[in-house]
Write a protein that binds this ligand. Structure first.
Ligand SMILES: [Zn+2]
Length: 164
């Protein structure tokens, strides 16, 4: 059963709003659409896509929830596997579902102005590689599978230890 509706966002235009309470790690929806092999851009319009591989993106269909999934620098949701959106903490009916776009984006020149009203707003959001170590640790379970597979979640020191 659908757990959300598309409604007014406090952050940007319309958003994905929960119709009931969710538990930590509960699946909210799957981000589906057309797969493409090139970066979709232009970046500054705000993405309607999700990066799912080193050079692979899913472009959401108009009307699908992925289309309205907004970013927050203090997200309540994250990614499991390639394209499943899950709750990273329990949250209530009526709350907007928000991920951090850096949980999936690694394209080096990608960036977006942010005004998500959270205390820790980064103002300009950039790819995963540019997150602080603290944020990477906080997101560890909720980043895209391909980032884990590429070992981008490891610090350079951890990576070298793994190789030796
Ligand atoms: Zn922000």
């Amino acid at each position: 059963m659908k757990k959300y509706h598309i409604g007014k966002s406090k952050i940007h235009g319309r958003g994905v709003i929960l119709d009931r309470d969710v538990k930590k790690d509960e699946i909210i929806f799957r981000f589906t659409g057309k797969k493409v092999k090139n970066p979709p851009g232009p970046w500054h319009y705000g993405p309607h896509w999700l990066q799912v591989g080193y050079s692979e993106w899913i472009i959401s269909k108009p009307g699908s929830p992925g289309r309205y999934l907004n970013h927050s620098c203090n997200p309540n949701s994250g990614i499991r596997g390639k394209n499943t959106i899950v709750a990273i903490k329990p949250f209530k009916k009526g709350t907007e579902v928000l991920i951090d776009y850096a949980m999936s984006e690694t394209y080096p020149i990608w960036h977006m102005d942010c005004n998500c009203y959270s205390k820790n707003c980064r103002k300009v959001i950039k790819p995963y590689q540019d997150l602080s170590i603290q944020i990477k640790k906080r997101y560890a379970q909720y980043i895209s599978k391909y980032i884990k597979d590429m070992k981008l979640h490891l610090s350079w020191g951890e990576y070298l230890n793994l190789k030796s």
